[in-house]
Design a protein around this ligand. Structure first.
Ligand code: UD1
Length: 364
């Protein structure tokens, strides 16, 4: 069976890693990787392939950054050419980026089956580009792999559940597979932070492309000085916006380049808290036993809130300060029941194998 994976952005490389390992272990599967080039900086792309031991992409379309329509359109055109040349049995798409949508539309329009890894997630906020990507991809895909029961319930509500299974979360596979290796390496962040610290990331347009960014950073800087310093691996767009502004942060917030996967795992594992608007990091924190504060108005990963290890504060700075102090004072939300709840929702680290077996049954 010939499977083409299409990836393009940082979190997709993480999701691809356990899948490509499971495929490599099965001689019935030929796996071709197409990289759209959505992320192209070494520290946003190639370092993930190296560290996660994913074979180099067979094709790099080198699309790069552009407006949503332009980026997605250019991707579709080139993906279609590639798929016509390869004619795989199934195209695998991951998550909710513009690369996901482009690959799904390109494949489905030339009648190649599509399977979606991380299906069923909804923020119910149609202003998020990712929400549009998810909804459209789920509706156009032939097979849906939902990481959580909540994702299955969303698919049920949209009459898509017949095409879906609860596979568990491939990001959990990735954390379990890599955490020991990550902790065994000596890295910069370990040397930088002898004291207790939090990890901060911000890259969502809803935060970065408005005055919300400055409001959040000012409050976080005060918290960092008063309660606990923060390490801030900064997305290139966020960095550009901060550098163009007059905002000056104190040394309690240490701005560093985007961290590679293993460094990020160590930074999170050794942190007291994570503050983020990323989707993946909310779960990685939970899997590593670290409390998360989510700087968004809503989250697709509602189970982390229900379990009690993630607090949704949006752009409300009062809520942010309250949540920060709560976690700093040791109220992390983790207890003896947390692990069982995480297993029930996100699986046991075998999602990639479940997906591989299902693909072989359905498409070979
Ligand atoms: C994309 C995904 C988002 C995901 C994120 C992970 C979409 C709509 N969004 O957002 O879901 O959480 O990836 O990081 O697909 N840039 C660089 N170097 C790079 C890549 C980007 O400098 O290697 C800069 C460029 O200025 C670019 C901007 O970042 O315009 C945004 O990049 P883009 O790929 O459009 O989306 P992300 O914000 O990274």
């Amino acid at each position: 069976m010939h499977i083409v994976s299409v990836v393009g952005a940082r979190p997709q490389f993480v999701k691809l890693a356990p899948i490509s390992r499971a495929f490599a272990a099965n001689s019935d599967i030929r796996h071709t990787i197409i990289h759209t080039g959505q992320h192209y900086d070494d520290n946003m792309s190639s370092v993930f392939f190296d560290e996660l031991k994913i074979s180099k992409p067979d094709v790099n379309l080198e699309i790069g950054s552009a407006s949503h329509a332009s980026q997605t359109g250019k991707m579709m055109e080139k993906i279609e050419q590639c798929l016509q040349a390869h004619r795989p049995d199934v195209v695998l798409v991951y998550g909710d980026t513009n690369s996901t949508l482009a690959a799904c539309l390109a494949a489905t329009k030339i009648h190649i089956a599509v399977a979606h890894v991380e299906a069923g997630l909804r923020s119910f906020n149609r202003k998020m580009p990712e929400e549009i990507n998810r909804v459209a991809t789920d509706h156009c895909s032939d097979r849906l792999y939902s990481p959580t029961p909540a994702g299955m319930a969303n698919l049920n509500a949209e009459n898509l559940v017949q095409r879906a299974i609860h596979s568990g979360d491939v990001m959990r596979d990735a954390v379990q597979h890599n955490i020991e290796l990550a902790l065994s390496r000596e890295i910069t962040t370990q040397r930088c932070f002898d004291n207790e610290y939090g990890v901060l990331t911000l890259h969502r347009p809803s935060n970065t492309d408005s005055e919300v960014l400055f409001r959040l950073l000012k409050v976080l800087d005060k918290q960092a000085q008063k309660t606990m310093p923060l390490i801030f691996p900064v997305h290139p767009r966020t960095r550009a916006i901060i550098e163009k502004s007059s905002l000056r942060l104190s040394s309690a917030i240490e701005i560093v380049e985007p961290l590679a996967y293993l460094d990020m795992l160590v930074a999170v594992k050794n942190a007291r808290m994570v503050l983020t608007d990323s989707g993946g990091l909310q779960k990685e924190a939970a899997f590593l036993g670290i409390s998360c504060i989510t700087l968004r108005e809503e989250t697709e990963w509602t189970e982390t809130i229900v379990i009690g290890v993630n607090q949704l504060v949006g752009s409300d700075t009062n809520k942010l300060v309250e949540a920060f102090e709560k976690v700093a004072n040791g109220h992390t939300g983790f207890d003896e029941k947390t692990q069982v709840a995480l297993d029930a929702n996100f699986g046991h680290g075998d999602a990639a194998q479940i997906i591989t077996d299902d693909l072989l049954t359905l498409f070979s």
